[in-house]
Ligand binder design. Sequence first.
Ligand code: C5P
Length: 225
Amino acid sequence: MPDMLHGRHIVLTAGPTLEPIDPVRFISNRSSGKQGYAIATALAALGARVTLISGPTALNDPANVETIRVETALEMLAAVETALPADVFIGVAAVSDWRPASRADKKLKLDKSDFCALPLTENPDILKTISNHADMRPDLVIGFAAETHDIIEHARGKLQRKGCDGIIANDVSGDVMGGDNNQVTWVTASQTDNWPSESKVEVAARIARQISQTIATTCNEDTPT
Ligand code: C5P
């Protein structure tokens, strides 16, 4: 049904974050944003109002999706909180766990001995923050877990630690980062569903259907955001 998510507001993060060291250098990762953008598109196709908070990617804004571009994890968290309230939050972004403790105004020079040890500070955990939000926790909060081994065990641990309702566990032992295919397992307190290896677009459609089924059975249909 094309309008299964009509009236629902879904906020999701995608892509990497970029944490500046100085005007020309940064810490980031290889996330392409492809899976998150495909999920945003699939959710919009089911009738949801979708707000995509994206780190820097080479992708065009998806059609029918409000896309907000950010760079850092701090900016990403602020944009997510501004986008609330929502019925569903999905954390797909590969958020950098660390950022440089300070950002130099001028390009750092190699002869500066302090540049050899770059002081870092921890970034906020966006998924955990939204899962534990005091007044605006979405009814359904879903995270991703990219793992190379012991995938289900790690996903279950993450479900507990982050306080979210579901984890989409992602086998990244192959060429998933930047590639077009993906194999995921849908993990909740009561479910462990191993889905087939498919294109990221097909995985996104499956995730969108699963989200719409879950929200229909667990959330009050009369009060969409
Ligand atoms: O802790 P880890 O990075 O393995 O967890 C992955 C999940 O947590 C993803 O859903 C990711 O978007 C989210 N996350 C986050 N903020 C962080 C780190 C991870 O939202 N600082």
